[in-house]
Design a protein around this ligand. Structure first.
Ligand code: 0XW
Ligand code: MG
Length: 366
């Protein structure tokens, strides 16, 4: 079962709902995605596998689209002729670090493995627990009136859970949060500072919101600051940007962090995501599996990894194919009722039509 051809495409995916605004004045307008196709031969049988990775601009994680494209020729050369089963090892032996640059290749290998096994990926990852995974939408930083209007719009579109972006001036953050709560009092809320607060800012925000119910997400930039804050936050805390390695996960669990968000690109692909997810589950934590960006291909991967996470410990995920104005696959089930359902076909279970892309940036092998 060797990889015989590698093709890479670039797809720009503008946001459907306008600019995405995080703390610290960070803004982005779309995902700049790397799509990878691997052709795998098993005797006379030939299958294709697809993978996708997009960072959120250059300002969210230590990752950037140009970096992924720069690493792609090196990774392509290493994978050509190599066994699909050891893709993660081959990628790590070839390039130290740069997990995001490896993610689409690793995902494509898993799609191919699922097709060869004739099983949807969630069957290989623990089996489906439930019908679908609760979807949330992010409300970027804006005036309280605009944030309230966006919250109402998302609720009308069926999203039951909202992630309110905070992490700036705590009193402005508070005004935005209270406007969202007034507009949709029944929504389940996460306040995501994306690491924008000092420990002092976070403590001010926490003190001013003791009457509200929400989960606190990534309050400060470093793992150390978040863990120093942990005993002072009398509410659940989940970490996202700070969870990159298994060591980060273990440190967070030991300090009483309640949950993690595993982003497929951040940790380097589906292989590493599974390992971190399963360890977090064994540690009794709440787990979200999602990613930094992408469209249908990436959403399919999130759907399989999420539905195979035990429902009692699964938080939520995102439907990126509805965040952007372009598509790159067909076959994702409906998200009615605010649920991301997994495709049932083998591998990722979606069909990718390469004619939607511009000519490939890499096409090697036969
Ligand atoms: C909401 N997200 C999943 C989308 C962007 O990649 C950032 C991320 C977050 O948690 O802020
Ligand atoms: Mg987050």
């Amino acid at each position: 079962m060797r990889i015989t051809r590698v093709t890479c495409y670039r797809q720009y995916q503008p946001f459907a709902d306008g600019p995405y605004v995080l703390s610290g004045g960070r803004v982005d307008h779309g995902f700049d995605s790397l799509v990878v196709r691997l052709v795998v031969r098993d005797g006379s049988r030939v299958v294709e596998g697809w993978g996708e990775m997009s960072p959120l601009g250059v300002m969210y994680d230590p990752a950037f689209a140009e970096g992924a494209r720069a690493a792609a020729p090196l990774l392509t050369t290493a994978l050509l002729g190599s066994p699909v089963a050891s893709v993660a090892r081959t990628l790590d032996d070839t390039l130290k670090g740069h997990p995001y640059a490896k993610s689409a290749f690793d995902m494509a290998a898993w799609d191919a493995v699922g097709r060869l096994a004739d099983l949807p990926l969630h069957e290989l990852f623990g089996g489906a627990d439930g019908e679908g995974t609760t979807l949330y939408r992010s409300i970027g930083r804006a005036s309280p009136e605009v944030m309230a209007a966006i919250a109402l719009d998302y609720r009308e579109r069926g999203y039951r859970r909202l992630q309110v972006k905070v992490g700036g001036d705590p009193s402005a953050d508070l005004a935005g949060l209270r406007a969202v709560v007034a507009a949709v009092p029944d929504a389940q809320l996460y306040c995501d500072a994306n690491g924008g607060w000092s420990t002092g800012d976070a403590r001010r925000f926490l003190a001013a919101t003791t009457d509200l119910t929400y989960v606190l997400e990534q309050p400060c930039a470093t793992l150390r600051e978040c863990l120093l804050l942990r005993p002072h936050a009398a509410r659940p805390m989940v970490l996202d940007e700070s969870i990159v390695t298994m060591a980060d996960l273990l440190q967070a669990a030991d300090a009483g962090v309640d949950g993690i968000t595993v982003k497929i690109a951040r940790v380097g692909g589906v292989t590493a995501t599974r390992l971190i997810r399963d360890t977090a589950v064994a540690l009794g934590m709440q787990v979200t599996v999602e990613d930094t960006g992408g469209a249908d291909i990436d959403t399919a991967a999130m759907a399989h990894l999420s539905i195979s996470t035990p429902a009692a410990q699964r938080a939520h995920t995102v439907d990126f194919h509805h965040w952007v104005t372009v598509r790159n696959g067909t076959g994702l089930p409906s998200t009615d009722g605010g649920l991301l359902r997994p495709p049932t076909g083998p591998g990722l279970g979606i069909d990718v039509d390469p004619t939607v892309f511009d000519p490939p940036i890499i096409d090697e092998g036969e």
